[in-house]
Write a protein that binds this ligand. Structure first.
Ligand code: FFO
Ligand code: GTP
Ligand code: MG
Length: 454
């Protein structure tokens, strides 16, 4: 593994296919002058674009373009980097890539994310910033792109860094006290160690809240539309998506299979799934399979919108069926279920419940807001940074260890070595976010999800 990090690597850095300009880049811990001489015919001034022919082994020009040399350590990867900016044809790119692999000693194809991994290994980016590079490239909304850019700029890293600095101070206090066992608690009290611990916990909670928002912006929420046949699930999907995605008819049992679409509300991605109407008795084999898939989707949902038909509310067989569904939904966390009463043009919704008419569009806006609220979205906070579930989990573990530390500290004859250990574990958990403490395995998972050439 380590020796692979010493290989010179090359890749096409631009998107596959045709483009106005395409870039092949090489990164190497070793001097790139011999490769530059072979391909560009002369040395390049550092960090200066030079227009010249890129030559093949026979000296024939493959293309004319701009060559850029970033000598180490002043490059994206922190290594020596060469960029060949050529005309962006797929064949030109392949020829140039083949040429640098042939002309450069030991140059091999880069794996996905390997340039950024080197930037991380060389201290140009921390792990949270490296992840933000991928999130920036993957961003599909302006809100996601802007917050990924903030994370790349170090927004999350700085917040984590501030927590870490305070934690280190606290650890130093406690570790120093371990050496003077007689006056342990007194000493810690004088140094306001417990006040510090409480303030640190409060700050951590604020960072956790912002990080959860950032993760929500990145990953969104799985919303499943469920209910009896004909209540208006497919109509709701279409209304939310603003397109006729699912077939809507007055015939109960129209939807047989799941139909999914990702929409955005205030930049938060919502992955909406329309399902086959739930009913117990159906002679139709296809519909039965559809209904079983509906239940699978419900089990996997973050939020279930349970739709009711105000045109039929109160009718005995309709109520009996709704009751059966309710009983089966008892296994689902109640906080994840939102009752929605559709067809207000046909009947009145119970007071305080979400009321909707997909015929008139009434109530749709309130439903959108309710969805964001259920997701835990707090109106567009300024300076929001994108984050991942991994960061949310690491912060949660940090919080757990701080809480244990607090509990230990509260005991009369507190075991300071246990307190010190909890603080150390909190420090480790925090360090996983920026990659100060991260298993190679985790790094592999993170970087392999990048595109090639990044
Ligand atoms: N042509 C090109 N455009 C690109 C990239 C690239 O690699 N090539 N990038 C790739 O993702 C991004 C820019 N990222 C970069 C980050 C650092 C350095 C760099 O040279 N850093 C030096 C000097 C910094 C300075 O002068 O302030 C350093 O860190 O020492 C270059 C590109 C987006 N645009
Ligand atoms: N009057 C009225 N009719 C509605 C409303 N919303 C939907 N409908 C009608 O109700 C019927 C069923 O709508 P769908 O969206 O297909 O219902 P569904 O829940 O997807 O039904 P299945 O796919 O069979 O499970 C259609 O004729 C819709 O036009 C509403 O708010 N008011
Ligand atoms: Mg339907």
């Amino acid at each position: 593994m380590l020796s692979r990090h010493a290989d010179p690597i090359a890749a096409i850095a631009t998107a596959p296919g045709r483009g106005a300009v395409g870039i092949v880049r090489v990164s190497s811990p070793q001097d790139l002058s011999p490769l530059i001489l072979a391909v560009c015919g002369k040395p390049l001034r550092p960090r200066e674009a030079t227009y010249l022919p890129f030559r093949d082994a026979a000296g024939v020009a493959i293309d004319q373009g701009l060559a850029l040399h970033f000598p180490a350590p002043h490059s994206y990867t922190g290594e020596h980097v060469l960029e060949l900016q050529a005309h962006g044809g797929a064949v030109v790119m392949q020829l140039l890539l083949a040429r640098v692999i042939e002309a450069g000693a030991g140059v091999r194809l880069a794996e996905p994310g390997e340039f950024t991994q080197r930037a991380f290994l060389n201290g140009k980016l921390d792990l949270a910033q490296a992840e933000a590079v991928a999130d920036l490239i993957d961003a599909s909304t302006e809100a996601a792109a802007r917050s990924a850019s903030r994370a790349l700029g170090g927004a999350l890293s700085h917040e984590v860094g501030a927590l870490r600095d305070q934690l280190i101070q606290l650890r130093m206090l406690v570790e120093a006290t371990l050496d003077f066992p007689e006056e342990e608690i007194d000493f810690l009290e004088k140094a306001d160690a417990f006040g510090r611990l409480d303030r640190l916990t409060a700050q951590l909670q604020a960072v956790q809240a912002r990080t959860r928002q950032g993760a929500l912006l990145r990953d969104g929420l799985k919303v499943v539309l469920a209910g009896q046949p004909n209540v208006g699930k497919s109509s709701l999907l279409n209304a939310l998506a603003g397109a006729e995605l699912a077939i809507v008819t007055p015939i109960p049992g129209t939807t047989r299979d799941k139909v999914s679409q990702t929409i955005q509300i205030e930049g938060v991605p919502l992955h909406i799934t329309d399902t086959a109407g739930l009913r117990d008795e159906t002679a139709d084999e296809v519909e039965r399979i559809g209904v079983s898939r509906s239940w699978d989707a419900i089990a996997d949902a973050d939020v279930v919108l349970f739709l009711h038909d105000l045109g039929r509310v109160g009718q005995p067989d309709y109520e009996a069926e709704d009751e059966r569904i309710r009983a089966r939904l008892a296994g689902v966390d109640a906080n994840r279920i939102v009752q929605v009463f559709n067809k207000t043009d046909l009947g009145a919704a119970p007071a305080g419940e979400i009321a909707l008419s997909l015929k008139t569009g009434n109530g749709l806006e309130a439903l959108r807001r309710r969805l964001l609220q259920t997701a835990g979205w707090q109106a567009v906070p300024e300076g929001l940074f994108i984050a991942r579930e991994r960061h949310v989990q690491a912060l949660a573990r940090t919080a757990e260890h701080l809480a244990l530390a607090r509990a230990i500290a509260e005991q009369r004859d507190a075991a300071l070595d246990l307190l010190a250990e909890e603080l150390r574990l909190a420090h480790d958990a925090l360090g996983e976010i920026t990659g100060a403490f991260s298993a190679d395995e985790l790094l592999g998972v993170i970087f392999s999800s990048f595109c090639i050439g990044k």
